[in-house]
Design a protein around this ligand. Structure first.
Ligand code: BGP
Length: 460
């Protein structure tokens, strides 16, 4: 074996409640912003397929968990839907949801699979959005109550908790670039949402620690290294600022308990700072994490801007850099994303050198493929050699990082089974398992068989 991984390495995959459960208005669950947005603007969703059309984990979780066992999983991450557990966002707890999540967690444990549970994966309850979503401090308090309810109900079974998945995405999607509800484009409101999300995160961490449970709490961030076009000072500055906006805006408060001074100064200079209140600073400092989940798909390449900014245009991060297309970059042509395996190593060594080498794991990595049915073999199985290569090459760089002392404890693929992905619906398939939309039939892809073997042998 060329690449052997540590004995207790976490092998598995990740999913989320809204993308897997289905039953989006059943079992006592109330609407999220996704149910609402689809009901009002279905044309914003690929082929007008909405959040009801998932793989149906709510009904099929036992069969699906049996498949996870076949895939050699020793861990699996999903989320608890706030709007299922506490339909109005605060107040009454839904007993059907309590029963469902207990049954799901018990089933995972019975199959030797550690549940990794995230508390917010883009799925704001509509009732909370109506209060202003993350712009409202009331919603922060409601989220902290929800998180504490989860710790009280499931904290003796679940040992790995995550407050948020990719918290920057609802900021970008909902308040900057118009790809999530509520479709606002306004940087200062985006900054408020980002800031309040971290306050909510910190409150949940404080609540978790107060319960003195045996387990760890962390956050999952999509860390996208910012690579400069050249070593010219203007390109370097562009990449440093992109890094401040898109990585350090969440990484620094989560790991160090405070924001980078350069980011605060920059937002102050452009009058974009969100309002702070007494006690915020101390709360953030108390919200540092035990464990970091890293989602990594593709790098961000940038260069100094080549055109002047229209001073009358809205303030945007792109005032400080242009995107850069590197000649000869390796592409996943089925998704239109660059593939740069070394990015995983660069992230982990950065965490080692600049963030105290805190415990981390790769919580999402994966390859989306549009039109994947064209890769079906004669017997109907998806022959996804490209995905095997993708995973293997990323694991090779992860292994190198481990050899050099990085504290990375596992690798989860996005995702277990082809799933509904927000406004992209089923456009890009990512799963170890093929889902036939018409019949609901599940079939392990070639990559799933390969991964099961790697996880059982502890390497390749
Ligand atoms: C990640 C999200 C996932 C999933 C994935 C694939 O950023 O955490 O929820 O959606 O991206 O995205 P897409 O379907 O747009 O390719």
């Amino acid at each position: 074996m060329q690449y052997r991984f540590p004995d207790h390495f976490w092998w598995g995959s990740a999913s989320s409640a809204a993308q897997a459960e289905g039953a989006s208005l059943q079992g006592g669950k109330a609407a999220t912003i996704w149910d609402h947005w689809f009901a009002t603007q279905p044309h914003r969703f690929h082929q007008q397929v909405g959040p009801e059309h998932t793989s149906g984990f709510y009904q099929h979780f036992r069969d699906d968990i049996a498949l996870m066992q076949q895939l050699g999983h020793n861990s699996f991450r999903t989320s608890i839907a706030w709007a299922r557990l506490i339909p109005q966002g605060r107040g009454a707890v839904n007993p059907e949801a309590v029963a469902f999540y207990h049954a799901m967690i018990d089933e995972l444990l019975a199959k030797g699979i550690q549940p990794f549970i995230c508390l917010f994966h883009f799925d704001m309850p509509l009732a909370m959005q109506e209060l202003g979503g993350w712009e409202s401090r009331e919603v922060i308090d409601a989220y902290a109550e929800f998180a504490d309810t989860c710790f009280r109900l499931f904290g003796h079974k679940v040992k790995h908790w995550f407050t948020f998945n990719e918290p920057i995405v609802p900021v970008e999607g909902g308040y900057l670039y118009d790809f999530h509800y509520p479709n606002v484009v306004d940087f200062r409101r985006a900054a408020t949402v980002a800031y309040h999300t971290m306050l909510a995160h910190a409150q949940a961490v404080v609540r978790y620690r107060a319960r003195q449970l045996e387990g760890q709490i962390g956050i999952i961030l999509n860390l996208t290294p910012s690579y400069p076009r050249s070593q010219h000072p203007a390109d370097l500055k562009a990449s440093q600022i992109a890094d401040l906006f898109f990585n350090r805006s969440f990484l620094d408060p989560a790991v160090k308990g405070s924001y980078p001074a350069e980011l605060v100064a920059l937002l102050q200079e452009y009058d974009q700072l969100p309002a702070c209140e007494p006690g915020d600073r101390e709360l953030l400092a108390a919200g540092t994490i035990d464990l970091l989940g890293v989602n990594y798909y593709q790098p961000r390449r940038v260069k100094a801007r080549s055109h002047a900014i229209n001073p009358a245009s809205p303030f945007m991060p792109e005032w400080f850099f242009d995107y850069y297309e590197m000649p000869g970059r390796k592409m996943n042509p089925h998704r239109g994303w660059e593939i740069y395996e070394q990015g995983i190593y660069d992230i982990l060594t950065n965490l080692r050198d600049n963030y105290g080498n805190l415990p981390s794991y790769i919580s999402e990595n994966g390859m989306g493929v549009e039109g994947e049915e064209k890769f079906k073999g004669g017997d109907g199985q998806i022959q996804d050699e490209y995905r095997i290569g993708f995973i293997r090459d990323h694991l090779t760089w992860l292994h190198k990082a481990l050899q050099e002392g990085c504290a990375c404890q596992g690798y989860h693929l996005w995702t277990f089974i082809d799933n509904w992905s927000w406004s992209n619906a089923y456009k890009n398939r990512y799963g170890f398992i093929r889902l036939e939309l018409a019949t609901g039939e599940r079939r392990i892809k070639k990559s799933g068989e390969w991964f099961a073997d790697v996880s059982r042998r502890g390497g390749f």
